[in-house]
Design a protein around this ligand. Structure first.
Ligand SMILES: NC(=O)c1ccc[n+]([C@@H]2O[C@H](COP(=O)([O-])OP(=O)(O)OC[C@H]3O[C@@H](n4cnc5c(N)ncnc54)[C@H](O)[C@@H]3O)[C@@H](O)[C@H]2O)c1
Length: 356
């Protein structure tokens, strides 16, 4: 198989770093772009330089740059220099709570940064497969309109027709998104347009909760990883609203990147896919606390606030039927228990490294 020349944006982040490692292992040449802006968004705990250093040690064909995707001239210069076969666009301001404090920065990174990359690709490598990592927050709180039933430790869909979760037909407008959801909608629709209007091989993946060992988990982003951190460090956690029974589906970064690979081998221009762990990998906040306490052997100290996060989902499970039907070679391969164990091990190792 011919080696690809791949650009990964957000290459020091959770998904970007998994993509770097995965494609490097396959013998492809990978260029990473990450300016460590996660530290700007979330402070020292969001710093991703440790992950960049780790990547340099485990890869063979990886080069990186601290280019800011908002820097249009810089982005165009990169595309003039290198002709990419695949672009994996993961750089983002990823938190919906954070966006309200930094609306302009959030828009510039998520929306404008994405258009910079799409347009550079159109001008310099229109044949490339372009993967855009979107989010289920583009549906705003429309998924909350589904009839719900309350169970002992979680909410679930009341209608059996919803059993497999939210599919891509859920509407994306006339709903409360948070500014983050809105900037991602802009990018999501632009990415669709570069596929539909220009015929480029752009795929849009609307992520559920994405997890893995390389998450620089912070309170405002990466809930499982942050809960593990809280359990091990003895800090306290605030559960916001819905009695802690809100449900998320969780997918390992490896399975996310495998979906990207399947798409890149046979791109379908402008298609949108929900990408999460599905029902089998779903867990509520209360259930996650219990599981993580059992795995770490530590009691999590948490408090409850009645106030739900604005635009928060009550029960979100990704319906994976479309992705599986377009790409039968793809499936969820990592279960929740193994993901949690891996996160606990990674957090123990990480806190030893930084001396916490
Ligand atoms: N993690 C999740 O649960 C989740 C869920 C749904 C969707 N997503 C989406 O998936 C994508 C990847 O998320 P992640 O969890 O890997 O996020 P992450 O924060 O771990 O990684 C994003 C990386 O992008 C970098 N970055 C930010 N702004 C940049 C800029 N202007 N120029 C260059 N680099 C920049 C950051 O430093 C960071 O390392 C994002 O688009 C996010 O919105 C994530």
């Amino acid at each position: 198989m011919k080696a690809w020349n791949i650009l990964v944006t957000g290459s020091s982040g959770l998904i970007g770093s998994e993509a770097v490692e995965y494609f490097d292992r396959q013998g492809h040449r990978v260029t990473g772009v990450d300016n460590n802006m996660r530290r700007v968004f979330f402070g020292a705990a969001g710093d991703t330089l440790w992950n960049l250093e780790r990547l340099k040690g485990v890869t063979k064909h990886f080069t990186s740059s601290d280019l800011d995707i908002r820097d249009r001239n810089g982005v165009f210069a990169l595309f003039r220099k290198d002709r990419f076969d695949m672009i994996v666009h993961c750089a983002a301001q990823p938190s919906h709570d954070k966006a309200r404090d930094i609306p302009l920065l959030d828009f510039e990174v998520n929306a404008l940064g994405t258009v910079n990359l799409l347009e550079a690709a159109r001008q310099h490598c229109p044949e490339a497969a372009f993967v855009f990592m979107s989010t289920n927050k583009v549906y705003g709180d429309a998924p909350n309109e589904k009839p719900m039933r309350e169970m002992e430790t979680r909410y679930d869909y009341a209608d059996p027709a919803d059993f497999d979760g939210i599919d891509e037909n859920c509407r994306i407008d006339r709903t409360l998104h948070s500014l983050f959801g809105a900037s991602k909608v802009a990018a999501d629709v632009y990415a669709q347009e570069y596929g539909r209007y220009f015929g480029m091989g752009v795929g849009i993946f609307r992520g559920g909760c994405l997890t893995g060992p390389s998450h620089s988990g912070v309170e405002l982003h990466g809930f499982l990883s942050y809960l593990v951190k809280v359990a091990l460090s003895g800090q306290s956690y605030t559960v916001c609203g819905y009695k802690g029974k809100q449900v998320r589906d969780n997918i390992h970064s490896f399975d996310v990147v495998r979906a990207f690979e399947e798409f890149a081998r046979n791109p379908k221009p402008g298609e949108v896919y929900n990408l999460g762990g599905g029902r089998a990998n779903s867990i509520s906040m209360l259930e996650a606390i219990t599981r993580i306490e059992a795995l770490t052997g530590k009691k999590i100290s948490w408090t409850y606030s009645e106030q739900a996060r604005k635009g928060d989902h009550i029960c979100y499970i990704s319906n994976l039927a479309k992705l599986k039907s377009h790409y039968p070679g793809w499936s969820v391969t990592r279960d929740l228990e193994s993901m949690l164990k891996e996160m606990v091990a990674a957090e123990r190792e990480h806190s030893q490294r930084v001396g916490a």
